[in-house]
Design a protein around this ligand. Structure first.
Ligand code: BES
Ligand code: ZN
Length: 612
């Protein structure tokens, strides 16, 4: 008995499953899914097999050939890992698990019709990274285990389904399909229902499993790209415009990192409660609608999720302890794409914003230095609680440092070889370091690889970014401390990211009057760009400029992206003597909580438990 991943019950002595066939019957009236999962092993196995589940009701486990029961036990729920489903197999190479999800499944957000744009039909979607796939289907939910899958989604016929997988067909349900197992009256079951079938033929880690079901429409954007969203013409049109440059980015990605292996690169714009900016689900990236604002930043999120097609989805971190291999490489790759399609200035600005974020994050973790390391120990840690910029930006810094050491042409060649060598594999930090040392002989003499990957904080040889635009903005922010506001001509060509960098470099405590003056000149609190608006509101809260609490309330009730929720709720509840703010935070959360995805709800609750 040896676990291979601190976040999974998967055992090193058990075989890893290779294929899962899912039949999912969506019951919107109870916010549950009745499912059957046919799980295959590479060879017949006798003895136990451990699966991860979270809030699943397991009805039975069967031998798929004889329909005879297979003995199983389900443990008490561990607060982080969920419940261990242990099976006892006798020479089985596959088994069928019949189960039902819970309305509080941590991966799923069920939106009632009033919570959607058109207000007519319900909507449901997944967010499985890092360890939420187990709340949708039982599996060895560790990125060390890669699976192919097929899925049949049985849904109301007014709706349609999309998945991060190849769509096979939309058809009427036929008799004896697994869905019929769940209701006595098969006629009732088939009535008004439709089945959508999908297949994922490339082996992927379970956290990349994804679907959405609702009233979904699409527009063509490029030869391998459509943008999908709730079927609202205005939303679809603006999304199609925003992402028009996607094919160009895919081509740049292929030039830099090798062939695009996933055939399609579709985009799905989710309702505003989507908890992330983007999620790199293969073949179909999931995006927050907040990225659609008509400037360069939407493309930046797409560049990031696209880059994961190589770094993350082809080469995957073996466990969350090596998460930087996913996000650090992807941040580096994203900036290389941005540099080609949007120019060096834009890329430099992103590096500057990232640098500032990294330094603040390291400061935030000053009492918990473990999470300033690239490789972290995560036994007993919930990955959602320690999500931070460190794996992204320190990972980026490490790769940038190597690039500077060996020169860009050599680094580019190294990257291509790295991807070609480990594609469709899950690897750890040691595997990467070994490959680096073999391919760049002597690198360990120039760069302290151990300090970079295992040390806390930032190594002394990290580069503070230098670029005219970065330096200019930081010095303007410093002048604000002396009471000088930027002049109109100085900010005339600023976009959201310039303001973001400026605001993030302002001191955390300035006079309310200064905040009001800045806002009355530049209307930052009303910005349509949430990055700008939230950076401004965060400053307003930390300076206790209460004039803006109405805007804070509005913001917290209209978006559920954790990048905005975290800093705003934290600014409200942290610090002493902020009774009014704490009461406000609690009221807002109780009023907005139904609108948030369960992952976001959990993260806010954990912020409250630390500060209240
Ligand atoms: N894979 C992440 C999102 C994620 C990380 C979900 C950890 C669950 C657990 C995604 O690629 C990401 O990094 N999104 C960023 C985009 C940004 C860096 C451009 C986000 O959501 O802000
Ligand atoms: Zn990412």
């Amino acid at each position: 008995m040896a676990p291979i991943d601190p976040h999974s019950f998967t055992d090193s002595t058990h075989p890893l499953s290779t294929h899962i066939f899912l039949s999912l019957y969506f019951d919107f009236s109870s916010s549950t899914i009745h499912g059957s999962a046919l799980i295959s092993l590479p060879n017949p196995h006798s003895g136990s097999v451990s699966l991860d589940t979270r809030s699943l009701t397991i009805h039975s486990v069967l031998d798929p050939h004889s329909n005879t029961p297979i003995p199983f036990s389900l443990s008490e729920q561990d607060p982080i890992k969920g419940s261990h489903l242990s099976l006892t197999l006798s020479n089985h190479s596959s088994f069928l698990v019949i189960y039902t999800t819970s309305p509080s499944s941590s991966a799923l957000q069920w939106l009632s019709p009033p919570q959607t744009f058109n207000k007519t039909h319900p909507f449901v979607y997944t967010q499985c990274q890092s360890i939420h796939a187990r709340s949708v289907f039982p599996s060895q939910d560790t990125p060390a285990a890669r699976i192919c899958y097929s899925a049949r989604l049985n849904i109301p016929h007014q709706l349609s389904a999309v998945m991060a997988a190849r769509h096979l067909e939309r058809r009427s349900p036929v008799n004896n399909e697994a869905a019929l197992l769940f209701c006595g009256n098969s006629l009732w079951c088939a009535q008004g229902r439709i089945v959508e079938e999908f297949v994922m033929e490339q082996p992927v880690p379970p956290y990349l499993f994804a679907f959405a079901v609702g009233e979904i429409g699409f527009r063509e954007v490029g030869p391998r790209t459509r943008v999908y969203a709730e079927s609202v013409p205005a939303v679809l049109e603006s999304a199609a415009r925003e992402f028009a440059g996607t094919e160009d980015m895919i081509r740049q990605g292929e030039r830099l990192f090798g062939q695009y292996e996933w055939e399609r690169f579709d985009l799905l714009v989710l309702p505003p409660s989507f908890p992330y900016g983007g999620m790199e689900n293969p073949r179909m990236v999931f995006l927050t609608p907040t990225v659609i604002k008509g400037d360069a930043s939407g493309a930046q999120v797409v560049a990031h999720e696209l880059a994961h097609s190589w770094t993350g989805n082809l080469i995957t971190n073996k466990t969350n302890e090596h998460f930087w291999l996913n996000e650090g490489f992807t941040t580096y790759a994203e900036r290389r794409i941005v540099e080609v399609v949007q120019g060096e200035d834009r890329a430099a600005l992103n590096i500057g914003i990232g640098w500032k974020g990294l330094n603040e994050e390291i400061e935030r973790f000053k009492d918990n230095l473990e999470f300033t390391k690239l490789k972290t120990k995560q036994e007993g840690i919930d990955p959602d609680d320690v999500y931070s910029q460190v794996p992204y930006e320190k990972g980026f810094q490490f790769l940038w440092r190597i690039e500077h050491q060996i020169g860009r042409p050599a680094f580019d060649e190294f990257l291509k070889k790295y991807i070609a060598t480990f594609k469709f594999k899950s690897i750890d930090t040691e595997t990467f370091l070994h490959f680096l040392k073999v391919n760049i002989p002597g690198i360990e003499e120039d760069i302290d690889l151990e300090l970079w990957t295992e040390g806390t904080g930032l190594p002394p040889d990290a580069y503070e970014p230098v670029s005219d635009i970065y330096t200019k903005i930081v010095s303007l922010a410093n002048e604000f401390k002396l009471g000088r506001m930027p002049r109109e001509d100085e900010v005339a060509d600023w976009q959201g990211q310039e303001w973001e960098l400026y605001l993030e470099n302002l001191p955390k405590t300035v006079d309310s009057s200064q905040i009001l003056a800045l806002d009355s000149r530049y209307r930052l609190s009303e910005s349509k760009d949430y990055e700008v608006k939230v950076a401004f509101l965060q400053l307003a809260i930390s300076c206790r400029c209460r004039d803006y609490y109405g805007e804070v309330e509005k913001t917290l009730k209209e978006v559920g992206r954790m990048k905005y929720l975290r800093p705003l709720y934290t600014a409200l509840v942290q610090g002493v003597g902020k009774e009014e703010e704490k009461i406000l935070a609690k009221r807002l959360f109780s009023e907005a909580c139904d609108f948030y995805h369960p992952i976001a709800q959990g993260v806010i609750e954990s912020i409250f438990s630390k500060h209240l």
